[in-house]
Design a binder for this molecule. Structure first.
Ligand code: SER
Length: 511
């Protein structure tokens, strides 16, 4: 069986043999593009080349790019861990033509690599082409006859499916380069299952074992800010193959987490908590505790990659924007570890060295900063642990079908629960969150902090679960007391702490 390292290398070697320059992954964190926080696809680092704003150093390149899909147009976070084939961070193998080859070669090489080099079974492969959108919003996009005709030289016509704009017209974001695409899907099911149901009917139907492995985009347009399409100065090829999914297909597994990409992490978690990972195909969240422990291990094994590489690429967890995305992912992992695997001490930080070693030859930036990254994660875990337990207790005390918005906001504001974490916990209990109420509280807080100008506040660190602060100032000017909660407040360059005391002689005034 090929290892994941060999699979990656064979991809790069194949395109090298087709005169592609092999380039390293760009950092996953995007610092200079207001439309994108993280690289969400292999093509994002080349956006300016596609748009014609930057010259291409090489006409053909190939790489493996670290990608993160947790915000904006491409956001897979909710599925991650619950199923076995979505990820926050994943590797996208790509080959690129900048104004050089187009559909003919892209299709021919994709087929050659998958069937002759990797030896994937032809009777398990399906491809899709864009069906066109002649009437759609005045864009008059045609059926991709050209791609169809090239495909039929290689694959039986009943395996070439027509896909709609959602699946077969790829756009990076609300604006930017885009074009029709041709996806390649693979059927991982057993022969028995394949006899019972034609794989064709399961393509793009969210079936965990009939999965898209490779997308070939034929970049021809730029989506402008006003929503219209304009032709690009040149035509390009952008392909993206999900590395982890390719490994599933080539290693004969049914879950990404059963491949050697994730197994070292899963085995480490399993040995630390003494719970066996069952593996295999997914079951739903509702199906009992055994499954939940698997989900928790998958969440941890996935999220540690996103968090570690984001920090190594320069994005620290924080309370806003890209930093908050990372903090949310981290807290989602901590909560799964805590609730389902009984981890009561920081554990994610201990996975960093393992991950760094695994990727030392592919993304050496993590190994180079391993201690720093682990320390940042440990601090984050420690500070969230303090409030997690209290927040969960409060949550469990709620006995309503709909979680009130102001309570969800309290969990967010005081206990540091990202709203999607509260929603997730609610879903697990067949409850819902009053999002309208939550958003209202959020808007009120934003307006309050706007008035407070440039003051930024960290999360409250709850030391003691005690909502009542006793005022003793009528009788005492000094008193013995304890800190109930505290938080850091920054105003300009100044840092201060706000504290709430259990007994206080200080009289609070407002106005
Ligand atoms: N940009 C396409 C995708 O992300 C192919 O790389 O699917």
């Amino acid at each position: 069986m090929l290892t994941s390292a060999q699979i990656r290398q064979q991809f790069l070697d194949f395109f090298k043999s087709k005169e592609h320059q092999i380039v390293p992954s760009a950092p996953m964190v995007v610092k200079n593009d207001p439309t994108l926080m993280f690289i969400n696809s292999g093509m994002a680092p080349f956006k300016e080349i596609f748009l014609g704003n930057q010259p291409a150093k090489y006409k053909r390149i190939a790489d493996t790019q670290k990608c993160l899909r947790v915000s904006g147009k491409h956001n897979d976070l909710e599925e991650v861990g619950v199923d076995t084939y979505h990820h926050t961070m994943f590797e996208m193998l790509g080959n690129w033509s900048f104004g050089d080859y187009f559909k003919k070669e892209a299709i021919e090489w994709a087929w050659e690599l998958l069937t002759s080099v990797y030896g994937l079974k032809k009777d398990r492969l399906y491809v899709t082409v864009f069906e066109g959108d002649p009437d759609g919003s005045g864009e008059k996009l045609d059926f991709d006859q050209e791609a169809y005709d090239y495909w039929k030289q290689w694959i039986a016509e009943d395996r070439i499916l027509r896909g709609n704009k959602k699946d077969n017209f790829w756009e990076m974001g609300e604006t930017g380069p885009c074009g029709p695409c041709s996806e390649i899907h693979y059927d991982l099911r057993s022969d028995e299952e394949r006899r019972q149901q034609d794989g064709k009917d399961l393509v793009n139907a969210s079936h965990p074992q009939v999965i898209e492995i490779w997308n070939n985009v034929f970049m021809q347009y730029n989506r402008k800010g006003d929503g219209t399409l304009e032709p690009l100065p040149q035509k390009h090829v952008d392909t993206g193959m999900g590395f982890e999914r390719l490994c599933v297909a080539l290693q004969g597994k049914t879950s990404n987490y059963d491949t050697d990409v994730f197994q070292p992490m899963i085995q480490f978690i399993s040995s630390m908590c003494g719970v066996k990972y069952q593996g295999g195909s997914p079951l739903s969240l509702e199906e009992g505790l055994g499954v939940r422990t698997d989900i928790a291990m998958r969440v941890m094994a996935d999220h540690i990659r996103a968090i570690s590489f984001a920090i190594a690429d320069g994005q620290l967890p924080s309370n806003n924007k890209a930093g908050y995305v990372i903090r949310r992912i981290l807290r989602r992992a901590v909560r799964y570890a805590y609730s389902f695997l009984n981890f009561k001490e920081p554990i994610l930080c201990r996975m960093v060295p393992l991950l760094a070693d695994q990727f030392v030859n592919v993304f050496p930036e993590l190994k180079a900063q391993q201690d720093f990254v682990a320390r940042v994660i440990q601090e984050e875990e420690t500070s969230f642990f303090r409030t997690l337990e209290l927040g969960i207790k409060k949550f469990e005390a709620i006995n309503e079908k709909i979680i009130p918005g102001d309570f969800a906001f309290e969990l967010y504001d005081t206990f540091g629960f990202p709203i999607d974490l509260t929603q997730l916990m609610a879903r697990e209990q067949h409850m819902q969150v009053d999002m309208e109420g939550f958003n209202k509280c959020m808007a009120e807080q934003k307006s309050r902090s706007r008035h407070a100008a440039t003051v930024t506040t960290d999360d409250w660190i709850v030391v003691k679960d005690d909502d009542n602060s006793e005022f003793v100032g009528y009788d005492e000017l000094e008193t013995e007391t304890e800190i109930v909660k505290y938080r850091k407040v920054k105003k300009g360059n100044k840092e201060q702490y706000q504290i709430v005391l259990s007994r206080t002689p200080f009289y609070a005034e407002s106005g």
